[in-house]
Ligand binder design. Structure first.
Ligand code: NAP
Length: 287
């Protein structure tokens, strides 16, 4: 099939990171089922086609999101094959869990490299294509930990809060070029995120934390495979949202995520007014 024909048969071109397992695989499958072309990217290209299923509308490309040169090469491969990119999904992720004092600086940095700099690397590579088209959608899979922190989440939440600030700030920069931005905050979804392939628990090194570390690791481990969210349903929701002229800047994925949003909104409202007098009287006399 020629490149031209592929452009005609496929509705849109989706470029997805971390598509070899978990949510990324479901998003790739859903996009293909909806008639789109998919550039499925991942660290292990063989795994990609096996996971997603061979299709003439599928291009599997090797991409470790921490490698900016690989991101540029993957974007080029996508354009060479399909001529354009309509929806970029920054999905790849992992989880470095543990109390801040017990997470090594190397692991903390590795979290930020993957889930904060990773999406930036890929988006930086893709934006010239989207800008030239004067269209596109940049979807970044964050987490409810991107709007609300919690114990054991210092590294993960720092990366997710960071990527949300980046995406929210990027949105008005690229909107004039017809490029939309959507941040997705999943609650708990039954993927492989809590398996040892994706989660690294910090070693217990400080006696003061030892009992809490043991209990908290056990609690997280017991959640593996029990998460309520169905990633196939989330994938279909993303296909629907990507069709909107004005996709939401933030999408709460899952009933638990809606709850986190609502609690966060109330918390901020309460914090805004808790010290209203003091907060509001910090200006120069002449202001
Ligand atoms: N599942 C949840 O409950 C949940 C909740 C909130 C947010 N999220 C977010 O959802 C996204 C997808 O996670 P998931 O739940 O689907 O987890 P998952 O099942 O563990 O899948 C993670 C995917 O990311 C890939 N990946 C990891 N590091 C990568 C790198 N450096 N370069 C390229 N790919 C890399 C993995 O590929 P390999 O096979 O090569 O490791 C895998 O395909 C993540 O951003 C995660 O933070 C998930």
């Amino acid at each position: 099939m020629t490149e031209q024909n592929e452009n005609v048969t496929a509705k849109k071109v989706w470029f997805i990171t971390g598509a070899g397992r978990g949510m990324g695989t479901d998003i790739a499958k859903a996009a293909l089922s909806a008639g789109h072309a998919v550039v499925a990217t991942g660290r292990n290209p063989e795994k990609l086609t096996r996971a997603v299923g061979a299709s003439e509308n599928l291009l599997a490309v090797k991409l470790d999101v921490t490698d900016p040169a690989a991101a540029e090469a993957a974007v080029q491969a996508a354009v060479d094959r399909f001529g354009r990119i309509d929806v970029l999904v920054n999905n790849a992720g992992n989880f470095y869990a543990g109390f801040f004092e017990e997470i090594t600086p190397q692991d903390f940095r590795a979290q930020i490299e993957t889930t904060m700099f990773g999406p930036m690397n890929v988006t930086r590579a893709a934006l010239p294509v989207l800008r030239a088209q004067r269209s596109g959608l940049v979807v970044t899979v964050s987490s409810t930990a991107g709007i609300a922190g919690g114990e054991f989440l210092t590294a993960y939440a720092a990366s997710k809060f960071g990527i949300e600030g980046w995406a929210e700030s990027l949105a008005p920069e690229i909107a004039p070029f017809g490029i939309r931005t959507m941040i997705v905050e999943p609650g708990f979804f039954r993927t492989e995120l809590l398996t040892p392939e994706s989660t690294r628990y910090a070693d217990s090194t400080i006696e003061d934390y030892a009992e809490r570390t043991r209990q908290t690791v056990a609690a997280w481990q017991s959640m593996n495979g029990q998460q309520g969210g169905d990633p196939a349903k989330l994938a279909n929701a993303l296909i629907q949202l990507a069709e909107l002229d004005e996709p939401p800047l933030r999408f709460a994925a899952g009933a638990d995520a809606v709850g986190v949003f609502e609690t966060r909104a109330k918390d901020l409202q309460n914090q805004a007014i808790a010290h209203r007098e003091l907060s509001s009287n910090l200006a120069h006399q002449d202001a």
